[in-house]
Write a protein that binds this ligand. Structure first.
Ligand code: ADP
Length: 262
């Protein structure tokens, strides 16, 4: 779990780095657009002097922009997944102390691990990062303290629910993190998975937490859902694919109920 903390700090740093890269990239684009506009104006006026200077400026900026995107791509490639059968209840248990220390004493943590939980097929260190990030988001939504509930369940998605959630029919585990915080407006929910979208002050939010979680869970064959109401709180659920290789006898009743309470 110390490893998870270091990972999360690294992610924070990487977030700031990528945020910086996006900013630099935008500046370069502005420079390129400006140079092109100047060239166009000059050409339309028949003044062809200086054109090569503007051209060189645009080319230089384009090359630097390409170098920046290569850096970003190199980073994203390093995030290869290593899915393995994972006991999600045990993973949460192993993270509990770290989560408590991270969110501080004003936030009460409750863990409700379902008995007979299937094992999930996921990259466990990515899942640890995701869980910690969800709890940090929950804490940030509760500046005056509150309660975080981490809950797991077996879920059997039938046709209708699967279609509704853009998932394949089948068996999943849900890992839901609920807080009693500010909640999110429909507007914020709609944008929450976008990289760099944040409502937090500069230096506090990178806007990468949920987008990275979304990327990881979708790549794992799962889905992420946000249920939130302003003034009530937020539930973020990760639906993780079940690992089929469990010992028989761990079957539970199919869960057709769909969304947890929000
Ligand atoms: P960051 O936390 O750096 O802002 P995220 O991608 O994790 O980036 O979250 C994006 C935005 O979604 C946050 O800025 C916040 O507005 C909203 N959000 C995420 N989780 C919660 C939550 N538990 N309660 C309220 N708002 C949330």
């Amino acid at each position: 779990t110390e490893e998870a903390l270091r990972q999360s700090q690294k992610m924070e740093a990487v977030g700031q780095l990528t945020g910086g890269i996006a900013h630099d990239f935008n500046n370069l684009l502005t420079g390129i657009t400006g140079s092109l506009e100047l060239m166009q104006t000059r050409m339309s006026q028949g003044r062809l002097t200086d054109l090569d200077r503007y051209m060189a400026a645009a080319q230089g900026a384009s090359k630097r922009a390409a170098a920046l995107t290569h850096r970003l791509l190199a980073f994203s490639r390093r995030q290869t997944l290593d899915p393995k059968p994972t006991d999600v209840n045990a993973l949460i248990h192993g993270m509990e102390e770290l989560i408590r220390r991270t969110v501080g004493p004003s936030v009460h943590i409750e863990v409700v691990g379902s008995a007979g939980l299937w094992s999930a097929l996921v990259d466990s260190s990515q899942l640890e990062n995701a869980l910690l990030n969800l709890c940090i988001n929950a804490r940030d939504a509760m500046p005056d303290g509150g309660r975080i509930t981490v809950e797991t369940a077996n879920r059997w998605l039938d046709d209708r629910i699967a279609r509704e959630r853009d998932m394949s029919v089948g068996q999943y585990l849900s890992l839901c993190v609920t807080d009693t915080g500010t909640g999110m407006t429909p507007d914020v929910i709609a944008k929450a998975f976008e990289p760099f979208f944040t409502t937090k002050p500069i230096g506090q939010g990178t806007g990468l937490g949920l987008s990275m979680i979304y990327g990881f869970v979708r790549q794992s064959g799962g889905q992420v859902r946000i249920y939130s109401e302003v003034g009530q709180g937020t539930t973020v659920c990760l639906y993780l694919p079940r690992h089929h290789g469990d010992a028989p006898g761990s079957e539970r009743m199919p869960d057709l109920a769909g969304a947890p309470r929000a």
